[in-house]
Design a protein around this ligand. Structure first.
Ligand code: SAM
Length: 426
């Protein structure tokens, strides 16, 4: 099943098919774009922006070098921040996923020529084929996920990462993390981390893959380090809490309503890096899974009342969807309502830090929950309006490079369109 474009948008293509024009139409984003510039491809990330989309959203946010701070409150792996840095715009990124924060920090922290040379020298080293595995994660059934020789090679690479000074160590750990899924027995593409019984994988050897990926990452970082004109700041934070500093524009792709389970998706990376990501035991990873928007459930009626206190229009627009979903799953209905309640909390936490006229530009898709299409982009409009913003304009684009192309839950669809919404603080 595919998700259709919202009924509010005519399906005709805009004449200019390269830029987002906020005229309510759908544009076809060009194919074959170079998406690998700078540090953009150092690490995969579910739901990652196409860099050109992030750049377009920055343009729509009307923020320029020297005109203030741009914030991405759901920065994920930092695509918006890399783009802002190369344009020369001061920026700050927030995310509560510690792996996303580490990736974003590494991708946006320029390294000096001396650092890059010493990194290159450090990694002119042959990864031993076999050896002790003191750094192997202490998780049940590790051999289900990794071949024994891959555990020993990964262990050796991690040990060598840890010999480096902090900035180079973090950079190397992110590159290390970027190969983990590929060298594991788990399927590379799917959202769920699982070992397919029907399509057995022959993973590449870490000792062969790592040097290639490291060389590419160093090249990307040297390109970024030259181009970076304003180093972003990245912090681990919940976007539902007050940002606490002035923000002159927001550009983001918030989590989808039937949100990707970011932690489960990156479970193997967390196995290997849990300590560096602030968790003493791999089992602590589970605590991260209870954080996403909408997850902190409450009683459905209570959540609806809370939303009603913000926007009666949204409650009206949502009510038939919620009733239909509640008929099969109360939990799912609570999750859907909780998502909008949490989004309202996020907007409340940000709006007072934005000057009048500051823009909030986002890319978001629709979702299908229990067979019911939820027009998240349309539903966000009354929520923003009730939170002190006015809609400047919107459009949608077809996702041609299917960054989001992984099956969601069996009762959900594949996202094929993203909607661009541009608001302005009233
Ligand atoms: C669609 S992804 C963003 C991807 C990003 N644009 C990129 O290019 O990598 C959404 C992000 O929102 C984060 N997130 C979800 N709820 C959050 C919250 N309450 N506070 C901060 N981050 C949150 C998730 O961890 C995830 O990284």
């Amino acid at each position: 099943m595919t998700v259709s474009v919202s009924s509010q948008l005519p399906l005709d293509l805009a004449d200019d098919d390269t830029l987002f024009v906020l005229d309510g139409r759908m544009v076809r984003f060009p194919e074959g774009l170079r998406t690998g510039d700078f540090t953009h491809t150092i690490h995969r990330f579910p739901g990652k922006f196409v860099p050109q989309v992030a750049r377009e959203l920055i343009r729509l946010a009307c923020i320029e070098p020297g005109s203030g701070v741009l914030c991405d409150p759901f920065c994920g792996s930092g695509t918006t921040l890399v783009e802002a840095a190369t344009i020369g715009i001061e920026s700050v990124g927030l995310d509560f996923d510690p792996l996303g924060v580490l990736i974003s920090k590494v991708k946006t922290t320029p390294l000096s020529m001396e650092e890059l040379v010493s990194l290159d020298e450090h990694w002119r080293w042959a990864v031993p084929r076999h050896g002790p595995t003191p750094l192997a994660p202490d998780v049940p059934k590790l051999s289900h996920w990794f071949l024994p020789e891959h555990v020993s090679q990964l262990s050796a690479i991690k040990a060598r990462c840890l010999q480096l000074p902090e900035r180079l160590r973090d950079f190397s750990l992110v590159v290390f993390s970027s190969i983990i899924r590929r060298v594991s027995n788990a399927d590379d593409q799917t959202q769920k981390t699982y070992v397919s019984g029907t399509l057995p994988k022959r993973p590449p050897e870490p000792r062969q893959l790592f040097p290639i990926v490291m060389a590419r990452a160093i090249a990307g970082m040297s390109e970024y380090s030259v181009a970076c004109r304003a180093q972003p700041r990245v912090r681990r934070a919940d976007a539902r809490e007050k940002i606490g500093e002035p923000v002159h524009g927001v550009v983001t792709s918030p989590p989808y309503l039937d949100s990707i389970d970011y932690v489960y998706n990156q479970m193997l990376e967390y196995f290997w890096l849990h300590e560096e990501l602030g968790m003493a035991q791999p089992s602590e990873i589970r605590t991260l899974r209870s954080l996403p928007m909408g997850f902190s459930r409450g009683m459905l009626r209570q959540i609806i009342d809370e939303i009603g206190g913000i926007s009666a229009n949204l409650v009206d627009a949502l009510s038939s969807d919620l009733s239909a979903i509640e008929a099969t799953s109360r939990k799912e209905a609570e999750h859907v309502a909780g998502y909008f309640r949490d989004y309202a909390t996020h907007l409340r936490a940000f709006v007072s830090f934005m000057p009048a006229g500051a823009r909030y530009t986002l890319a978001i898709g629709e979702s299908v929950v229990r067979g019911r299409r939820i027009a998240t982009p349309d539903l966000l409009v009354p929520l923003f309006e009730a939170s002190g913003f006015r809609l400047v304009g919107r459009c949608a684009y077809e996702i041609r490079r299917h960054y989001m192309k992984f099956p969601r839950r069996s009762n959900s669809g594949m996202i094929r369109f993203d909607h661009i919404l541009c608001f302005e603080k009233a």
